[in-house]
Design a protein around this ligand. Structure first.
Ligand code: AMP
Ligand code: FE
Ligand code: FE
Ligand code: ZN
Length: 281
């Protein structure tokens, strides 16, 4: 039984449609996949339809971009009510501020290289959560860089002179909100220092107090030491550990199922009180 609890689609910065994600999971022999687009649940309906049709297990989820004292934290949420007013208000505020933020980054890049706002808009599906990967795709399209990875390494990394921030909720508050919305909160890639600065353990302890279920210990951006650290801290805080690929289609090298979650941890998650259920395989 292969359980992969973190994947993106064209509703944010993945390159598959939600139906294609489920088809891909089916073809790859994944038993349960979660759709976890950044700050949106716009892909849920299409993914649920495809999963029901193909007999693939599907967890509807989200990856919420949070910020603690300027440090980025990603919070996964599963099986929550996508219409919970307080949570929705935070997500809307974050998504709305992503637009001017992306324009700011493009304005800065445009001083030094060929890129326009129109080039970036052309990379984003209507209504999707816009992010740096779409700017990367425009740079690829314009021949500035060969792929997303190079775009991030050269121009789009956090702290680059071209970088700008957007509004993002506090991770402890977001953890509380996911629970309030009937969801199960899991901290994504907690020790992935290659992505930028990470929060101190005390913040993770506060998230645990606010209802955190697990740490995503097994992730392509974790080395062995960081994975072990996640397992150790999870043990100390009484949390579970999940594993996931963070699949982005062609946007990142890792394939679905590159990391996986122990089926017993999925069972524990499904035993939590939640707003909605899994689409059963
Ligand atoms: P944003 O939410 O706009 O700040 O962009 C963050 C997203 O960029 C992450 O969710 C990743 O999917 C993507 N990303 C970060 N680093 C890289 C990289 N080196 N290569 C490809 N995608 C990346
Ligand atoms: Fe992403
Ligand atoms: Fe993430
Ligand atoms: Zn992700």
């Amino acid at each position: 039984m292969i359980v992969d609890l973190h994947a993106h689609t064209l509703a944010s910065d993945g390159t598959d449609t939600p139906a294609q994600l489920v088809e891909e999971a089916d073809a790859a022999g994944i038993d349960v996949v979660a759709i976890t687009d950044h700050d949106t649940t716009a892909g849920w309906d299409e993914a649920i339809d495809a999963a029901t049709r193909l007999g693939v297990g599907l967890l509807p989820g989200i990856e919420i971009s949070c910020s603690w004292r300027g440090i980025s934290v990603h919070l996964l949420g599963y099986l929550h009510d996508p219409r919970h007013p307080e949570l929705l208000a935070e997500l809307d505020a974050a998504r709305e501020s992503r637009d001017p933020r992306a324009r700011r980054i493009v304005d800065r890049l445009a001083v030094d290289m060929p890129i326009t706002w129109e080039d970036v808009s052309a990379q984003v599906v209507e209504g999707a959560t816009i992010g740096r990967p779409h700017i990367a795709d425009a740079l690829v399209e314009n021949g500035v860089v060969p792929d997303r990875t190079a775009a991030f390494d050269r121009y789009l990394y956090t702290g680059s002179p071209y970088y700008a921030t957007h509004y993002a909720p506090d991770p402890v508050e977001a953890t509380r909100l996911v629970r309030a919305a009937g969801g199960v909160p899991v901290m994504a890639h907690p020790f992935a220092e290659r992505r930028g600065r990470i929060v101190p353990d005390e913040v993770i302890a506060d998230m645990a107090d606010a209802g955190l279920f697990a740490l995503e210990g097994d992730h392509p951006d974790h080395d062995d030491a960081q994975r072990d650290k996640a397992h150790g801290l999870a043990r100390d805080l009484g949390l579970h550990v999940t594993g996931s690929s963070d699949y982005h289609g062609d946007g990142k090298p890792q394939r679905l199922g590159a990391r996986a979650t122990d089926p017993a941890v999925l069972d524990a998650m499904l035993a939590e009180p939640t707003h909605r259920g899994i689409v059963r395989p």
